[in-house]
Design a protein around this ligand. Structure first.
Ligand code: ZN
Length: 376
C-alpha cells in the first residue's frame, strides 16, 4: 500500500472513537524523604519525572483506589529512601484510583550500588473485600496462586549520593566519568512496578524457572527462547529499543557501566506485560486502546522533536519523533489493545469526510517534505 492510500485510510478511520481501554497510571513522585538532597536539583527532578513518564505513558491498567475508613485501616510501609529505615511509615493514608505513589530520595548506598527501588508494603485491616482490594487494586490475578498480575500502591527508590550523576535528558553530555541517572531511574521504577523476585510470591518470580524467565511475551521478544535471569535482573540479555531500534543490553540488567545510556527495550516491555501490566500497543500515543487518527495527530505535531516521549509520538522510545516512528504508526494503524482490528468506517456517519481526507493528506505531505530536509 502506498503512503497515499494509507493517508486515505487515516481519514476514514477517524470516527471510530468508541474504544474501551484502561486508564493511564499516574506516577506521583514524592521527594519529602530526600534527606540526602540529590533532588534539591531541578535537573534531577526533571530526569526523575521523565523516567516516570516512560511508564505513565504506556501502562493503561485500571487501578482501584485504596480508601480506608471506619473498620478498614491501611497504612503504608516503605524502605525510607533518605535513611534506609525499613518498615518506615510515610504517613500515607490511601491512594486514589490509578495513582502509584513513589517516594524518591537519596543517601549513601553501599558498595557499587547506585540505585535501590522496590514496591512498598502496608499494614491492612478490615473486611475481606477491603484487604483484597488493597492487595490487588482491582487486578484479580494479583490475588491468584501463583500470582499473574500486580497491583502496587507504590513504593520507594533511593539513589546514591556518592555517585557522579549525569542528569541530562539527551545523552550528548554523558561522559565516561558519569552514571546516567535517567537509565537508573527507569530501571528502578521497573523494579517498583513488579519486575522483581521480591517478594518470592510475585508474578515475576512465578515465571522464573531454572534461571529462565518463562513469560510468553518475553520469550517471544527473545526469539522464542526464554531469557536468562539472575535474581531480579536479566542476565546478559540484549534487545532492541523499539522494533527496529539499535540493539543494546536490556534495561533490567544488573550492571550499568559509566558513560552509558540505556533505554527500555522490547524485552523489558514484554516482561512488564507478562507480569500483568497492560502496555499500550506500538503507535497508540494517547493510550486510548487503538492506533487511530488521534495518535497520528500527536505524532505529526511533534515530528522532529528531541527529548520526546511516547505520548508525543516517540514509538520506538529513542528520544526523537522521526520517520521510524511514522513507520511504526502506519504498521499498526487500526490495531486495538485486544488484538483486533478496527472495522472500516461507515461512510454515512462521517461528517465532511473530504475535509478530513484533505487534512490527513496535508499532514503526510508536510511530513514527507520535512523528511527530505532531514536527509539532505
Ligand atoms: Zn536492578
Amino acid at each position: 500500500m502506498t503512503r497515499w492510500s494509507r493517508a486515505a485510510c487515516l481519514s476514514g478511520m477517524l470516527l471510530l472513537s468508541t474504544v474501551s481501554a484502561g486508564a493511564r497510571v499516574i506516577i506521583s513522585l514524592d521527594y519529602s524523604l530526600d534527606t540526602g538532597g540529590l533532588f534539591d536539583s531541578a535537573a534531577a527532578r526533571t530526569a526523575m519525572e521523565r523516567a516516570a513518564q516512560v511508564y505513565s505513558d504506556r501502562l493503561v491498567d485500571n487501578l482501584t483506589a485504596i480508601t480506608p475508613g471506619g473498620a478498614n485501616t491501611w497504612s503504608a510501609r516503605i524502605i525510607n529512601p533518605g535513611n534506609g529505615a525499613v518498615d518506615y511509615d510515610p504517613g500515607l493514608n490511601g491512594v486514589a484510583a490509578n495513582v502509584i505513589k513513589v517516594y524518591v530520595g537519596s543517601r549513601a548506598l553501599s558498595g557499587l550500588e547506585v540505585g535501590n527501588g522496590g514496591a512498598g508494603a502496608a499494614m491492612v485491616g478490615g473486611t475481606q473485600s477491603f484487604t483484597d482490594n488493597a492487595a490487588s487494586r482491582g487486578q484479580p490475578g494479583a490475588l491468584a496462586t501463583p500470582k499473574t498480575d500486580v497491583g502496587p500502591w507504590g513504593g520507594s527508590i533511593a539513589f546514591d549520593i556518592k555517585t557522579s550523576w549525569y542528569f541530562g535528558l539527551t545523552p550528548g553530555g554523558l561522559t565516561t566519568s558519569k552514571i546516567d541517572f535517567l537509565t537508573v531511574a527507569t530501571h528502578e521504577l521497573a523494579h517498583l512496578l513488579g519486575f522483581s523476585a521480591s517478594p518470592p510470591s510475585s508474578s515475576w518470580a512465578a515465571l522464573v524457572s531454572n534461571g529462565k524467565f518463562t513469560g510468553a511475551k518475553a520469550t517471544a521478544a527473545h526469539g522464542g527462547l526464554a531469557p536468562d535471569v539472575s535474581g531480579s535482573h536479566w542476565l546478559g540479555m540484549s534487545s532492541t529499543v523499539g522494533p527496529s531500534g539499535p540493539a543494546q543490553t536490556a534495561l533490567m540488567d544488573a550492571n550499568l557501566p559509566t558513560g552509558v545510556r540505556r533505554r527500555i527495550t522490547l524485552l523489558d516491555w514484554a516482561a512488564m506485560g507478562d507480569i500483568g501490566w497492560e502496555v499500550a500497543i506500538p503507535g497508540d500515543a494517547n493510550a486510548n486502546g487503538e492506533v487511530d487518527f488521534g495518535d497520528f495527530q500527536m505524532f505529526e505535531q511533534n515530528f522532529g522533536q528531541a527529548n520526546a516521549r511516547w505520548s508525543q509520538g516517540d514509538f520506538n522510545e529513542d528520544g526523537v519523533v522521526d520517520t521510524t516512528d511514522f513507520t511504526i504508526l502506519m504498521k499498526n494503524y487500526g490495531r486495538r489493545q485486544d488484538g483486533t482490528l478496527a472495522p472500516p468506517a461507515a461512510p454515512v456517519d462521517v461528517p465532511e469526510p473530504t475535509v478530513w481526507g484533505v487534512l490527513a493528506l496535508g499532514v503526510v505531505i508536510r511530513l514527507m517534505r520535512r523528511g527530505r530536509v532531514v536527509r539532505r
